[in-house]
Design a protein around this ligand. Structure first.
Ligand code: G3P
Length: 214
């Protein structure tokens, strides 16, 4: 499974890239706002520090605007793909942009129906929001599994990005389902590294090593 980081913070991107595990970066308007910058500026900066796919979200709600914005965002760097929030206009824009060779990441996906339509329109990625489904008492993992299964049934090239990941268990569930990609916040990546038994084991080895020296 590919690992993307879900952030617009440059230090976090640099740090996770230094681990040797980074396959991509996803941003959204909320993450960009937290950094006090704008999408074109920040995705240009990200493209300058890592050579991986980077999602940049278009804000237009009409197909024509999405297409225009998508072209502008994609022209910033070849690694940039355009995030469009699921809608009829987004489907039309996906058809047009993918026809021009511009990758679309259809975002705010909450059902397999939406994912199927996005894939049919030519989306390169679909981003089901696992955590936000859990938030409303649904099962994000169930929806993720349905999408993976539907895409497998028909051999779609569209890759599934498990998004809105809230903890290591979401990552594990995505990997168990055969999801292509998980886009993971920095704090969850840190949680994935640690285990109390690893910390305890290191302390014990150090203690025994020190004893054996005497
Ligand atoms: O990038 C989209 C998604 O990952 C947002 O997650 O935690 O705001 O639901 P969250």
């Amino acid at each position: 499974m590919k690992i993307f980081i879900d952030t617009a913070n440059l230090d976090m991107i640099r740090e996770i890239d230094s681990w040797g595990i980074l396959d991509g970066v996803t941003t959204n308007p909320s993450l960009i706002a937290k950094e006090g910058t704008d999408t074109p500026t920040r995705v240009r900066e990200i493209a300058g520090i890592v050579d991986v796919p980077i999602s940049a979200e278009a804000m237009s709600l009409k197909a024509e605007g999405m297409i225009e914005e998508g072209r502008t965002l994609a022209s910033i760097h070849p690694n940039i793909n355009v995030k469009l929030p699921m809608s009829i206009d987004a489907l039309k824009a996906t058809k047009a942009l993918s026809g021009e060779g511009i990758d679309v990441n259809m975002t705010l996906i909450f059902s397999a129906h939406q994912a199927l339509l996005a894939a049919k329109a030519g989306a390169r990625y679909v981003s089901p929001f696992v955590g936000r489904l859990d938030d409303i008492g649904a099962s994000g993992t169930d929806v993720l599994g349905q999408i993976v299964n539907v895409f497998l049934n028909y051999g779609f090239d569209t890759e599934v990005i498990a998004a809105s990941i809230r903890g290591p268990m979401h990552v594990l569930e995505a990997a168990s389902l055969g999801c292509d990609i998980a886009t993971i916040p920095h704090n969850v990546l840190l949680q994935m590294v640690s285990h109390p038994k690893t910390d305890e084991g290191i302390q014990n080895f150090i203690r025994d090593y020190e004893k054996s020296k005497k």
